[in-house]
Design a protein around this ligand. Sequence first.
Ligand code: NAD
Length: 335
Amino acid sequence: MNVFVYSTKSYDRTFLEQENAGFGHALTFLEARLNSKTAQLVDGHEAVCAFVNDELDAATFEVLAARGVRLVALRCAGFNNVDLDAAARLKITIARVPAYSPHAVAEHTIALLLALNRKVHRAYNRVRDGNFSLDGLLGFDINGLTAGVIGTGKIGRIVARILMGFGCHVLVHDPYPDAEFAETGPRYVPRDELLASSDIITLHCPLTPATHHMIDAEALTRMKRGATLINTSRGALVDAKAVVEALKSGSLGFLGLDVYEEEADLFFEDLSGKVIQDDVFARLTTFPNVIITGHQAFFTRNALENIARTTCENVREFEETGACTNEVTTALRSR
Ligand code: NAD
């Protein structure tokens, strides 16, 4: 099948070409993000391949449908950027990679937690500068703390297991509790109890209307003073402005982010020579107790191999059967 690949980085090309050797799709790579304007570049392709910050809105789908596209193969799990109603109306199938390495994201979550707690980012710079003072580097033991995991899907369950391995009391919250998982140690509690009782809170649920800004000013006031918040899921789960205020007042102790609500204008690009226009993001980068990574939690060799292979498989299955096991349907949206 002819596939037009948007938002291509060198690593996407490397892994897609490597895996595609066994499939034989005709891949055309483009660096530009997909939106209603760049969609017009599709020419003679029945499928496009898109990523997390591509604009899969009704306007884009109208152009894609008019140009004969029948499949959008997402090379990610989340689909909050996709207007599923518009896709269904225009008979465009959306496929995704439901799981490529939940371990990659879970391990990055823990990397943020440990770096924040033991101030590894500050120690690294100090030692390179010949400064071996320990003042300001005081951490705390994670063992014995209460950790709250919101969302006990593939990633949240692994994070919870790792935290139990550290000796944390793990509280979890999910509208669809998993009784079998609960038997392994974590305790399902209502969201407000988790917020009030946890020293560490980590978010692993999808972005939906129900979860948008789930950590807002009100939720922050419910949290323990000095708590640590980690978000490796989707930026808009957290109201960044409210978080800045909580950090300024000291009510929030530490913040680790791999995602940011307005990341589409920032992440995946080298902007080191440019002036950042987003004042909230710029303010977040000034706090010593905040670490931000640019949506790299998924970024392991293992994950990229799996993403590329499943994407090629999704395209092949659609080509052969006109359907796809990994299709994103509106039913998935409510989960
Ligand atoms: P999953 O679908 O396996 O699990 C999500 C869980 O969240 C489900 O158990 C669901 O019931 C639960 N949930 C839904 N609404 C909720 C709510 N209101 N409160 C609490 N829980 C709720 O997904 P996953 O593979 O574990 O991924 C979790 C999220 O991680 C994804 O949605 C995606 O946004 C994000 N992600 C980020 C990266 C990255 O690189 N940073 C990579 C992959 C996934």
